[in-house]
Design a protein around this ligand. Structure first.
Ligand SMILES: Cc1cc2nc3c(=O)[nH]c(=O)nc-3n(C[C@H](O)[C@H](O)[C@H](O)COP(=O)(O)O)c2cc1C
Length: 398
C-alpha cells in the first residue's frame, strides 16, 4: 500500500526520471543550430587523432553510443554534437511497443552498474524513420532492430525484415539484436540455425539493393563460448559483417559494493549493464579475435568507462567501441575525458614512433658515414692511380 502511494514520488527521484531528464535536456539543447554548436564547444573539441575507418566507413571517433540510449532516433544530432563517433538507434521494433514496468532502471552505483528490467520500448519503425529524416548532422548511423515482444519466435524472421526493409536507405549499418533479455520473456536465440533463419531474409533483401549496408549481430554475454563459436561460424557461410559484443547480462556477477541493493531487488529479472560486464566482454572479444585470427570485426560494448578500458578492448581485437551505462552515469564530461585521454595517447605514440624513426635514420646515417669516408679516400687513391696512368701515357708519347 505504502509502496504504491509513494511510487510516483519515487519515480521523480529515481534513475528512470534522471535518464528522461537527461534525454529531454539533450533534445532541447540540440533543437537549434546554436544549441548544437554549444554542445560541440562544450563536449566535442576537434580530435583528429581519433579518426578511423571500419566497415568501409569513416568515423570521427571509434567510440559510439550503444543501443538503448536513443531508442527512437530523437537524439542523433545531440549525441553526435556531444562527441560520439557514431550513434546506434534502437532497438527498433516493427510496431510500437510500450515498456513493461513503470520503474525500469535500478542503480548499483557502488559498482557503476545498472539493472534494466523492462521489455524494449519502441515507437515503431515508421516513427523512427520520421525522426531520422529530421536529423541535420552527418554522423554514422546504426539501426538496431529486434522483433516485437508479442511476435512468436517462429515469426521472428519476418519481424526483423519488417524493420530492415524501410530502414535500409536511412541506416549506415544494421545491428541485429539477438540478445533481448531485458523483459520478463527473454528472446535470445542460441543456435546457428535460429540466427541464420533471421539473417537470411535480410541478406536476400540486401542483395537486391544498390548500396551495401553492413549487418552486425549483437550477442548475449550469457552464451557459452561454444555457442558463441557457432554464431561466429555464421561468417563462414553468410555475408555477416561482424559482431557487437555484447548486450547486458541476466547474471549478477562482478558486484563488490552492491550487496544491499541486490538483496533489496531480490530475484528481479532484467539485464545488468556497466562495469561488472567488462571482464566477460573482454574475454569474448579476445576469444573471437584469437579463434578467427582477426577475421571477424567486433564492436566491443560492456563496462567500458575510461581510456584504459578502450585500449584493453582494442588490444583484445575490437575495432570500434560502444558505451551506454558510463554515459548514463557520467554524461558528456565522461566521454570528453575518455576521448581526450585517448587522443593524448595517440599523440604520444605518434611522437614516440616519429622519435624512434628519427633515431633509426640518424643511426643509419652514422653507419653510412665511415663507409662514405672510406669510399672518399678510396676515390682519392683512384685519382692518384689516374695520375700514374697519365704519367705512363706521357712517357710513352715522349
Ligand atoms: C537502459 C538500457 C537500455 C538498453 N536497451 C537496449 C536496447 O534496446 N537494445 C540493445 O541492443 N541493447 C540495449 N541495452 C544494452 C546496451 O546497448 C549495451 O549492450 C549494454 O548496456 C552494455 O554496455 P554498457 O556496459 O556500456 O552499458 C540497454 C542498456 C541499458 C542500460
Amino acid at each position: 500500500m505504502f509502496d504504491s502511494l509513494t511510487q510516483p514520488f519515487r519515480f521523480f527521484t529515481g534513475p528512470d526520471f534522471a535518464l528522461q531528464r537527461k534525454r529531454w535536456a539533450m533534445r532541447a539543447a540540440a533543437a537549434t543550430p546554436l544549441g548544437t554548436l554549444l554542445l560541440r564547444k562544450l563536449y566535442a573539441p576537434p580530435m583528429p587523432e581519433l579518426e578511423c575507418e571500419a566497415f568501409g566507413m569513416k568515423f570521427s571517433s571509434p567510440i559510439g553510443i550503444a543501443a538503448g540510449f536513443d531508442t527512437n532516433g530523437t537524439m542523433i544530432d545531440a549525441l553526435s554534437a556531444s562527441g560520439f563517433g557514431f550513434v546506434e538507434v534502437g532497438s527498433i521494433t516493427p510496431r510500437p511497443q510500450n515498456g513493461s514496468a513503470a520503474r525500469r532502471l535500478y542503480r548499483l552505483a557502488g559498482d557503476r552498474a545498472l539493472i534494466y528490467n523492462s521489455i524494449i520500448e519502441s515507437a515503431g519503425v515508421e516513427r523512427v524513420i520520421e525522426n531520422i529524416k529530421r536529423t541535420r548532422c552527418h554522423t554514422v548511423l546504426g539501426c538496431n532492430i529486434v522483433k516485437n515482444h508479442a511476435t512468436p519466435e517462429c515469426d521472428a524472421p519476418a519481424d526483423y525484415l519488417r524493420s530492415f526493409r524501410p530502414l535500409y536507405q536511412y541506416a549506415d549499418y544494421f545491428t541485429v539484436n539477438v540478445c533481448d533479455s531485458s523483459g520478463p520473456e527473454p528472446f535470445v536465440p542460441r543456435t546457428k540455425e535460429q540466427v541464420e533463419a533471421i539473417l537470411e531474409p535480410l541478406f536476400e533483401f540486401r542483395r537486391g539493393q544498390n548500396q551495401y549496408r553492413p549487418v552486425l549481430l549483437k550477442i548475449s554475454p550469457d552464451l557459452s563460448d561454444e555457442q558463441i563459436d557457432r554464431l561466429t561460424d555464421i561468417m563462414l557461410t553468410m555475408p555477416l559483417d561482424g559482431l557487437v559484443v555484447s548486450g547486458g547480462t541476466t547474471g549478477r556477477y562482478g558486484l563488490e559494493n552492491s550487496s544491499r541493493e541486490i538483496h533489496a531487488l531480490g530475484r528481479m529479472p532484467g539485464i545488468m549493464c556497466g562495469a561488472p560486464l567488462k571482464a566477460r566482454v573482454l574475454h569474448i572479444v579476445s576469444h573471437i579475435s584469437h579463434r578467427t585470427k582477426g577475421a571477424c570485426p567486433v564492436i566491443a560494448c560492456g563496462g567500458i568507462s575510461d581510456a584504459d578500458d578502450v585500449e584493453a578492448m582494442a588490444g583484445a581485437g575490437a575495432i570500434l567501441i560502444q558505451i551506454c551505462t558510463e554515459y548514463i552515469y557520467g554524461g558528456g564530461s565522461s566521454l570528453k575525458k575518455m576521448q581526450a585521454e585517448l587522443a593524448e595517447r595517440v599523440r604520444w605514440d605518434r611522437a614516440e614512433a616519429e622519435g624512434e624513426e628519427r633515431r633509426r635514420q640518424q643511426e643509419q646515417r652514422k653507419q653510412a658515414q665511415p663507409a662514405a669516408e672510406g669510399a672518399t679516400s678510396a676515390a682519392g687513391t683512384g685519382s692518384a692511380g689516374n695520375d700514374t696512368d697519365q704519367e705512363e701515357t706521357k712517357q710513352q708519347e715522349s
